[in-house]
Design a protein around this ligand. Sequence first.
Ligand code: ATP
Ligand code: MG
Length: 451
Amino acid sequence: MQITVPKNVRTIIGILQDNGFEAYAVGGCVRDSILGIVPNDWDITTNAMPLQVKSLFRRTIDIGIKHGTVKVMMGNEGYEITTYRIDGVYEDSRHPKEVTFTTDLYEDLRRRDFTINAMAYSDKSGIVDPFEGQSDLRSGIIRAVGSPRERFGEDALRILRALRFSARFGYEIEEETASAIRELSPTLSNISAERIREELEKLLLSDNPDRLRWAYELGVTKVFFPEWDAMMECEQDTPHHFTDVGDHTIEVIRYIIENYPSLSKEDDRVLRIAALLHDIAKPVKKFRGRDGYEHFTGHPEEGVPMAEDVLKRLKYDNDTINKTKKLVRYHDELPDLTYPEVRRFIVLAGRENMDNLIRLKYADLYGHTKYKWDEKMEKLTSFEQMYQKIVRDGDPLSIKELAVNGNDLMKEGVAPGPALGEALERLMDRVLDDPQMNEKEKLLMYHRGDG
Ligand code: ATP
Ligand code: MG
């Protein structure tokens, strides 16, 4: 099989070969090329030692000489060239104690995590595939290279990587690999929050959110996201729902994937994180009402600190945390459908969150039973139309959009400090009721008490 290698990669491999070394494209780029996916980066592996690699290229960056990696710059693009290596004994399921360079490509491929990631390619040699990665690609299987128990024992992050690749490609996890995951998932506690977050997020951003259920079943989420286990275990005995909270959540994410395929990367990311966490507090808020059904009163409010807790644990940035908190808080609530109330709601939830909030509400609604569905849908649709009109009309929604500012009010004799803030708030409130009021004279009159 022939793989189309980009020109720069061909050049790099060619230079190494012309100087008597072996060189191959390796790992994810080979896998993706076989699948017909354009790889996002090309890694190169060689038997040349790092200093030899450096001597052959004009512009190089030492990004991990100790681990054998040199980055070669071609134009604006960088390519990582790593010397064939054997990872030494791992300490604490995390760090290889040392790496040893080797002259044997087979040894380098053998240290890699899954068969589909353990292939190399050069135009000269074609695909080098000692662990039958191509066969696993054809059957759609994630299989550890060698003994899964040993491999996960060396590096627990591979446990999450297995789920992530399974989610990305919609693949099954081979039986022995899966049972090693089940056995060793507690060792994920040795892995840093940042690395866990990266893998979890890739899983969440895949087309197969049901792998979140697998992560639960294999004991993986228990380690860093036990709230998810509680959701998966939380039945909902109510006419509004047909599944447990976890499976409802997966349905909501699936709706987002299917119905909002062209969101910006950032919107998509935040929306999916919020979807994952929107009902996080249901398990702790569940009670059986006098009507005989289960209820979850207060779960959006309680969900805010719980979502924050999870995201902080996973070392998320504040912007993501703040947006998510708003989406969780307001996912289940709509104002009275009058323009003043809708404007106030937008201010509370944050104008910048509204598009995602509305998407989350539709997705959430589609994840419910048809009970009172028309009524709920009608309300949501009307709300959305009112919101759109408010945006179209450019109704002022923040103090900085008011036709008067602090200086204007100080000229009216308002003292700087809290009183000024309160006066502006009062004017804002008036304009939220009636945007026509947003004219300097009208607002000053109102302020003076004769508006
Ligand atoms: P992606 O498309 O997400 O970048 P990838 O397969 O390129 O997927 P990387 O994390 O970039 O994944 O790693 C590149 C290669 O390095 C992998 O294909 C695999 O061969 C190897 N590798 C990466 N992480 C590990 C690990 N934890 N254990 C063993 N091998 C690994
Ligand atoms: Mg990669």
